[in-house]
Design a protein around this ligand. Structure first.
Ligand code: ZN
Length: 491
């Protein structure tokens, strides 16, 4: 997610070590690895083995998601009526209970349940608060198939923060033309389908959306063949629920070809045609990111414009708020690069707990600043950037606390971006270009499609570099004041 505050500006500054001549050769794709549990899946469920996860209860937002279920695959069949403003859906969830239980509990609102079956047999259930409870005894590691038919008018859920400039309700939102868009970090997918709404339970997806004639439906995943006015998208690698997206509207479509013949799709409204050249920078951005961080980890890419104040790295289909188009090409360029960087840092390698949000935003902001320093070299000198970055680092630590110790009531605070990016700049300074970018590429390519943590990041850095950086990482993540600058490692 991009942060849009006054500081973003200067921001950042931070950061850069000034090294721009990183390795140019992209590494070969690593084998796809899923966060498997070692569980053998029977019969039809074996096809969804890449959706195996080890769900946990979140340290920041324990009311969303559950460690009792591991959803392997979501099959969503949706239809949107702009005139009625009603969403109709059938959700088929292939899931592995992680323990014996008397019922299944998922995140969901605000729909009326029209039908409910478990393994083909009728079941009873209800939606209360933001939970769907299905009365059905389940056993640990015995997969079940839940099918939920539902209908209703979408409504959002509050964002757990108060001070961000782009603070807005989360979840499926109806726009001024009767179309749909979503923003759902750290949660909110449950406003359009029943879900174990937590990044530790990534899953595979098939999303089909029927839109009225003349309208289009856009979602996360790889586009499949369109049938009538039903648009289909498939994710064959795991997706965290906060990285799914749905947009419906009177869209225009443009296509392009990215690195390695990557199919790229741009979706925009008729009055947003002037944004198309900005969207088309995606190809150059993906090439820049591949040069620094290795192969793009997915089978397609796209950008969809929506009526939102924010921007989000939704998987294979970046969701861009129209505000960034209104702010002009320079702002759009930096923000879009940021969302694409998340496809390496956040989408392909995902934090298992929102406590480690810095792991997403530190990397994405640092990548953004490296890019901006290269593409806009006259904006600020390296010395000015570092001085300004340290100044803001100090302000943010005082205002929000250090990035490794987040306050749940301040989701997405600026320090989790800037202060964490400062830590990465220290690693870059210590290691130099060659070893730093080898570390960055290795972190992504060795951990593709897994969930990670601060502990696993620190262990990886130390193992990959052969140097114990634990104290440096801990200080930058935990200190209430800005740590001292450190220089290159000896030798
Ligand atoms: Zn971000």
């Amino acid at each position: 997610m991009h942060i849009r505050t006054t500081i973003a500006v200067a921001s950042l500054l931070a950061l850069l070590s000034g090294c721009t001549d990183g390795p140019t050769a992209a590494e070969a794709p690593a084998p796809t690895a899923s966060a498997t549990t070692g569980t053998a899946l029977p019969g039809q469920y074996a096809a969804y083995a890449a959706g195996l996860s080890k769900p946990v209860v979140d340290s920041q937002y324990p009311q969303h998601g559950s460690d009792a279920l591991d959803v392997l695959h979501y099959g969503l069949e949706l239809a949107w009526s702009p005139t009625e403003r009603v969403l109709t859906g059938t959700a088929t969830l292939h899931m592995r209970p992680t323990r014996d239980a008397a019922s299944i509990v998922l995140d969901f609102k605000p729909y009326t349940i029209k039908s409910l079956t478990i393994d083909g047999q009728p079941a009873t259930g209800s939606v209360n608060g933001e939970k769907l409870t299905v009365q059905a005894p389940v056993k640990a590691d015995v997969p079940v198939t839940l099918v939920v038919g539902y209908r209703g008018k979408p409504s959002t859920t509050p964002w757990p923060t108060t001070t961000r400039g782009d603070n807005h309700p989360l979840g499926l939102t109806v726009d001024s033309d009767g179309g749909l868009w979503t923003m759902q970090e750290p949660f909110g997918a449950f406003t359009w389908y029943p879900v174990n709404d937590h990044p530790s339970d990534e899953a595979l997806y098939d999303i089909a959306v029927t839109a009225p004639s003349g309208w289009s439906a856009i979602a996360s995943g790889t586009p499949q063949e369109q049938q009538g006015n039903t648009f289909r998208y498939r994710s064959t690698v795991p997706v965290a629920s906060y990285l799914t997206t749905l947009a419906v509207g009177r869209y225009k479509k443009a296509t392009a070809t990215g690195p390695h013949d990557l199919p790229v799709t741009y979706w925009y409204h008729a009055d947003e045609a002037s944004y198309l050249p900005m969207m088309k920078k995606s190809v150059r951005q993906l090439e820049w990111l591949e040069k620094h961080f290795g192969p793009y980890p997915f089978a397609s890419a796209g950008v969809v414009m929506v009526e939102s104040p924010s921007a989000m790295e939704t998987q294979q289909m970046v969701t861009m708020g129209e505000r960034f188009g209104q702010m002009g090409a320079r702002s759009f360029d930096g923000t879009l690069l940021h969302e694409w960087a998340h496809h390496w840092f956040g989408d392909a390698v995902t934090p298992a707990d929102w406590r480690d949000f810095w792991l997403n935003e530190g990397w994405a902001l640092y990548a953004q600043r490296l890019y901006e320093m290269e593409v806009y070299p006259n904006e600020m000198t390296r010395t000015e950037r570092i001085a300004q970055g340290r100044e803001y680092d100090g302000i943010y630590r005082k205002q929000y606390g250090p990035p490794g110790r987040p306050n749940a009531a301040e989701f997405g605070n600026t320090c989790m971006y800037t202060c964490a990016a400062g830590m990465l700049r220290q690693l870059h300074q210590a290691l130099g270009d060659e070893r730093f970018f080898a570390l960055a590429r290795g972190w992504v390519q060795d951990n593709l499609h897994t969930q990670q943590s601060r502990a696993s990041f620190t262990a990886y850095v130390n193992a990959k570099t052969g140097h114990d950086f634990t104290a440096l990482i801990d200080e930058w993540l935990d200190s209430p004041t800005t740590p001292a600058e450190t220089g290159p490692l000896p030798g």
